[in-house]
Design a protein around this ligand. Structure first.
Ligand code: ATP
Ligand code: MG
Length: 497
């Protein structure tokens, strides 16, 4: 049902616009009540005018009925006084008066066309029983009033004085008076009122139209300003955060937009920085190779040993270039969403043991102990390749940034929700102010020293992405000269979104 309305609304051109909606709402809110009011007032006026007229007629004819009795008009219709009165009242109310006797014969008709005829109707019968009744015919515009002509019959026994009083039970209407009164003038008044109301209403509609159009335009203006401001930013005229502060709503839109703008700027800056870092890092090995090759070319009769030495250096640089490219490729892969995660339920104990086994030979060269402590058997839903890449990096860093005869300790534990892996070393440590940067791409703490050690500065960026893709957390604690402790927590059950 809702969708039908929605579809209908969307089909009508203009109704999807807030401006037109405000316009129509104001118009409707203004016009509908005036229409109801107009109808109610006219209706009420007509009803009241008719009821006043009825009671007026009834009073007049009650008095006349008394006169009829007094002048004994029912037996003799020649009374001039009564006839004049009848004619006067008929004239006054623009109507017709008919007097019917107890045999239902018409003894007097002010139109003088039905005299001598018989009339039988429910109202007349009720009138004979003493009931006054009235009936309004709105279509033909007349009121019909039945007035009983009641003759009071004093009671026979007159022992008590109050029995002279007129008691309804003791009276019976001998005859009735049927009056039709025209309501033409009421209709005329209603018509005048109606045309006045129409004029007023037309005026109100014109005023409302202008008001609704004005308000709709004014109320929607701030949104137009927001659109203009956003468009200007899009076209590049404006690079600052925009501000349109009319409504709370537009303020929310602008705030959200500025946040988006800020985020895009940060992304853009980091992209630029990344590109310049990448080119720099890729150029360094090539420059070294060029220098080595040039010096060989420049010299004559170069001994074979020097050739061999330089070639080993060139091969090292090629190896370095290769590592950077491979790391970049891993990083690009990790930047994708978790949809291309290859999730399997595996034993983390086995995974860590395998990583340590692979790294032990490197550690051994510098007499570094690689220790492993497992609190329990832990199985988790992880992407084996990505997690291996991340953990290898943490352990490798522990070995690389360590002193001879140092140690790297890996411990594994788990609660019902998370697997916790701690990689701890007693190496060179990281200065506190550098801690927040180590996960940035190409960031390396001690550039000159790091260069000797080898690496691209992409390892932790890759590792961080890999852990985030598992919806995990990394915590780093480090003290310069004392060592580093990295805590990694990943959910045992993989949550895709
Ligand atoms: P890559 O891992 O790409 O071969 P890398 O090891 O230099 O190169 P990251 O692993 O990203 O790069 O580490 C960034 C920097 O953080 C390192 O250069 C090093 O200065 C510092 N760092 C990382 N781990 C440790 C650690 N365990 N102890 C001391 N410093 C560390
Ligand atoms: Mg590293």
């Amino acid at each position: 049902m809702k969708t039908i309305w929605k579809r209908l609304f969307n089909k009508i051109p203009g109704l999807r616009s807030l401006k037109y909606r405000i316009f129509f709402i104001i118009l409707a809110v203004g016009i509908i009540p005036t229409m109801i009011l107009r109808y109610a007032i006219l209706q009420n006026y007509e009803e009241r005018a008719v009821s006043v007229r009825i009671s007026d007629v009834q009073n007049q004819f009650k008095i006349l009925a008394d006169h009829l009795i007094t002048y004994n008009y029912l037996s003799d219709t020649s009374s001039e006084v009564v006839n004049a009165e009848l004619a006067m009242l008929a004239e006054l109310y623009d109507g017709r008066v008919i007097i019917i006797d107890q045999n239902c014969n018409i003894i007097k008709d002010t139109y003088a066309i039905s005299e001598g005829k018989t009339i039988i109707s429910e109202e007349v019968m009720l009138g004979m029983k003493g009931q006054t009744s009235s009936n309004y015919d709105a279509h033909n515009q007349y009121i019909e009033v039945i007035t009983p002509i009641i003759e009071t019959k004093p009671k026979e026994e007159t022992s008590e004085p109050e029995t002279d009083a007129v008691i309804q039970d003791d009276v019976a209407a001998k005859s009735v008076m049927l009056t039709s009164v025209s309501t033409d003038n009421i209709a005329t008044n209603v018509e005048i009122l109606r045309s006045q109301a129409t004029t007023l209403q037309m005026l109100a509609v014109v005023v409302l139209l202008a008001l609704a159009w004005f308000l709709a335009n004014v109320l929607v203006k701030p949104f137009d300003r927001v659109t203009t401001a956003i468009r200007e930013t899009k076209e590049g005229f404006n690079t600052e955060a925009i501000s349109v502060m009319d409504y709370e709503e537009t303020e929310h839109i602008i705030t959200a937009f500025n946040e988006l703008l800020g985020r895009m700027r940060v992304l853009d800056e980091s992209r630029q920085e990344f590109v310049s870092n990448v080119s720099h890092e890729l150029k360094t090995p090539i420059t070294s190779m060029k220098v080595l090759a040039d010096s060989l070319i420049a010299q004559e009769n170069v001994p074979v040993e020097l050739y061999q030495e330089f070639m080993v250096d060139i091969a090292d640089e090629i190896e370095r270039e290769n590592k950077i490219i491979n790391d970049l490729l891993s990083l690009v892969k990790m930047d994708k969403t978790s949809t291309d995660m290859n999730i399997e339920n595996i034993s983390l104990n086995e995974l860590i043991e395998l990583i340590l086994k692979r790294l032990r030979p490197i550690a051994k060269q510098r007499h570094i102990d690689v220790l492993y402590e497992s609190e329990r058997e832990v199985h988790a839903e992880v992407d084996e390749v990505k997690l291996t890449l991340a953990l290898s990096n943490f352990v490798e860093n522990g070995i690389k940034y360590n002193n001879e005869y140092g140690y790297v300790k890996v411990s594994l534990n788990a609660d019902h929700q998370y697997a916790t892996i701690v990689v701890e070393d007693n190496g060179v440590g990281i200065p506190e102010e550098e801690l927040e940067h180590i996960f940035e791409r190409f960031y390396r703490v001690d550039k000159s020293h790091s260069r000797e050690i080898g690496g691209t500065g992409l390892g932790l960026a890759i590792a961080r992405n890999a852990i985030l893709m598992h919806r995990g957390f990394i915590e780093v604690e480090s003290e310069e000269g004392a060592g580093t402790q990295i805590t990694i927590r990943i959910p045992i059950i993989f949550v895709s979104k």
